[in-house]
Design a protein around this ligand. Structure first.
Ligand code: IMP
Length: 422
């Protein structure tokens, strides 16, 4: 059984909690895209942990956790994450890293900042983790990969060549001098030795597990609308965040995926720049942020908050092939008198029910809302659908109708047990 867990909005949907929950039954969890721009917060017997690169299945001693070929890795950050987990007493014996995963080099971080500065008003609001520049090198066929870390001579020669190529751009940064980058290249080789035991051709391990009908979860990072092709381009990340990306970034053949679960928050958030039709730029938005603790797990930036956008989640469902939904943070809406759902958009006086491709149009969308009565009762202790207040049930049923997908999991709190399985 192979299940892809995909964010249906702009990331931060709570995929970490859902994967941690499902990982109890998982043989394999695979991260297939992005890098340490992601922040998957998991709260369990080990306390609160923010994972950035390591799959959220790592807390289950029996689960093999793979960082797939589609991810990009910044070795110093990965090493820090490994050390943090070891400190908490979590075993890393089951961590495997694809030899094909690309490296985020020290200059990628600087280039990320320089590119953002040059974009001025049109900046993307990246996480500044060098993700875009690392994927640029991958696409231009100049990137360095995990496997290169294990071949000292070639790695040094290739990275010095690349550094030279980038120097023209890097000159405009007051930051680092060339000899500092050279020192960091040597440090990468040391990380290579530390990480050596984790680096393998993960595709073989994955195919073996597939043949044996093992339970595999593909853990998406970011969300559908940050996808390089189908997101709100150019305000997107540089990887493929969808179920198609899950195949590309892991080596799993498309026909082997049995199920796609869309993770969706009971409202919408976005961090960084870009269009967001249902954004609440008022006190209500601030209230959602405070109640939902909507601050980036990676950068600490406040997230922009707004009502649930059914147009987006329906589109995400068509694109990813959601078979079911895991809806998170329902409890954050416990206190509202009325709750809105966006059911369509107005654009140039016409009603549309899809996200348009041009950012100029996207920025001008006016949401068409349906207003529902709030439940104004705590849901955190509910453990079955029947126990939920009647208005909460109505809200969930309406989401199912609009998105045309059944909800399978409802999260009513941050802890594992604060969950309703349907
Ligand atoms: P980058 O991935 O750092 O290049 O950032 C590109 C865009 O994706 C920015 O708007 C970021 O805020 C957003 N982004 C990247 N990773 C995440 C994530 O894990 N959650 C939410 N937004 C993200």
């Amino acid at each position: 059984m192979i299940t892809a867990i995909i964010g249906s909005q702009w990331g931060d949907e709570g995929k970490g909690k859902i994967v941690d929950l499902l990982a109890e039954e998982a043989d394999l969890v695979i991260r297939f895209n992005g890098g340490n721009n992601a922040g998957h917060t998991v709260i369990n017997q080990y306390g609160r942990t923010a994972l950035h690169l390591i799959p959220s299945g790592i807390f289950n001693a029996k689960t093999i956790c793979v960082i797939g070929n589609g991810a990009v890795i910044h070795p110093p950050s990965l090493w820090l994450e490994i050390k943090e987990l070891i400190k908490k007493g979590i075993s890393l014996k089951n961590l495997k890293i694809s030899s094909r995963a690309h490296l985020v080099m020290p200059w990628h971080l600087i280039l990320d900042g320089l590119q953002e500065n040059s974009r001025g008003q049109n900046k993307i609001g990246t996480t500044n983790r060098g993700i875009g520049p690392a994927y640029m090198d991958k696409i231009s066929r100049e990137g360095l990969r995990m496997i290169d870390l294990l071949d000292k001579k070639t790695f040094k020669a290739k990275s010095l060549f690349l550094l030279k190529e980038k120097l023209n751009f890097l000159k405009s940064s007051p930051g680092k001098k060339i000899n500092e980058f050279e020192r960091e290249i040597d440090e990468y080789l040391i990380y290579g030795q530390k990480l050596k035991k984790f680096i393998i051709q993960t595709e073989f391990l994955i195919w073996q597990a597939t043949e044996k009908n093992k339970k595999i979860f593909l853990e998406g990072a970011q969300g559908t609308f940050l996808d390089l092709d189908f997101g709100t381009y150019p305000f997107v990340t540089s990887s493929y965040t969808t179920s198609a990306g899950a195949c590309l970034g892991s080596g799993i053949p498309p026909l082997k995926i049995d199920e796609v679960t869309g993770v969706t928050k009971a409202y919408t958030t976005r961090v960084g720049e870009g269009p967001f039709p249902t954004e609440l730029k008022n006190q209500l938005g601030k209230t959602i942020r405070e109640k939902g603790n909507e601050y980036g797990a990676t950068t600490g930036r406040p997230r922009r908050c707004g009502w649930f956008d059914a147009v987006l989640v329906r589109y995400a469902s068509l694109l990813n092939g959601f078979g079911n939904l895991a809806l998170t943070k329902l409890d954050i809406l416990d206190f509202f008198k009325t709750i809105k759902i966006c059911t369509a958009y107005q654009l140039n006086g016409k009603q549309i029910n899809y996200p348009p491709p041009a950012p100029s149009q996207f920025f001008r969308l006016k949401p068409v809302y349906e207003e529902l009565k709030g439940w104004q009762k705590s849901t955190i202790k509910c453990r079955s659908f029947g126990e939920l207040p009647k208005e909460a049930k109505k809200y969930l049923k309406r989401i199912e109708e609009l998105v045309r997908v059944k909800i399978k999991i409802i999260s009513v709190g941050a802890k594992r047990e604060e969950t309703i399985r349907l």
